[in-house]
Design a protein around this ligand. Structure first.
Ligand SMILES: Nc1ncnc2c1ncn2[C@@H]1O[C@H](COP(=O)(O)OP(=O)(O)O)[C@@H](O)[C@H]1O
Ligand SMILES: [Mg+2]
Length: 216
């Protein structure tokens, strides 16, 4: 059951006096969510944090929501069942939307293996703000890397429901960008990602000239 299902009728949205456009103008960027999806060890976290570093270095306000990090706090009550994965993604998408509304560029790094969950995330964040990046690294490469020993433990039967081993990964049908980290260095991959993101976050001349409303 989602929180929407139990929201009482008397809970009504209260509009503020600052629009997302105001924050966008203030920060000089279009706030988007760059949604990285791919197998464990495909390179999502490495690329997310590299992209964040590069964006900050050129003056953009952004934040990484990383799968493992978020499970230390906000989502520490969730496991890896289909239902919990769904709730994990729903919460992340809601947080990404809030951060976008606050003007930040958000980069998410979650396996997000199910197409339906990614579609839900796209709807929550908003189609126009959602940039899906498929970190499409062959499973043999991911398994050879195995930086956290997870594939080894999954193959040994010590982890159930591990994506790519005993749980499916549904590849995105039409991602905005695909990156194969087995044929380029982390730096090259981050550069490709940065170029795609810069093209999406640039404000038009009209948006740059937008003035703030009068406040009394
Ligand atoms: N081109 C590349 N891009 C990203 N990671 C790479 C690349 N080449 C090798 N790697 C290595 O692959 C591993 C990816 O791990 P990680 O980023 O934690 O993956 P994920 O977050 O998808 O589970 C790291 O050890 C990283 O150094
Ligand atoms: Mg990671």
């Amino acid at each position: 059951m989602s929180s929407d299902d139990i929201k009482p009728a008397h809970v009504v949205w209260h509009d503020g006096h600052v629009q997302t456009e105001d924050r966008s103008y203030l920060l000089g960027q279009r706030p988007i969510t760059v949604w990285l999806t791919g197998l464990s060890a495909s390179g999502k976290s490495t690329l997310a944090f590299a992209l964040e570093r590069r964006l900050v270095d050129i003056g953009h306000a952004c934040y990484v929501l990383d799968g493992d990090n978020v499970r230390h706090g906000l989502n520490k009550d969730l496991g890896f069942s289909c239902q919990d994965r769904n709730e994990n993604i729903r919460r992340i998408a809601e947080v990404a939307r809030l951060m976008n509304n606050a003007g930040l560029i958000v980069i998410t790094a979650f396996i997000s293996p199910y197409g339906d969950d990614r579609q839900l995330a796209r709807e929550i964040v908003g189609v126009e703000n959602f940039v899906e990046v498929y970190v499409n690294t062959p499973i043999e490469i991911c398994e050879a890397r195995d930086p956290k020993g997870m594939y080894r433990r999954a193959r040994a039967g010590q982890i159930s429901g591990f994506t790519g081993v005993n749980d499916p990964y549904e590849s995105p049908g039409r991602p905005d960008l695909t990156i194969n980290t087995s044929i380029a260095s982390p730096s090259e991959c981050a550069g490709k990602l940065l170029a795609a993101v810069i093209a999406r976050i640039a404000l038009s001349e009209g948006e740059k000239r937008q003035t703030f409303g009068d406040s009394q």
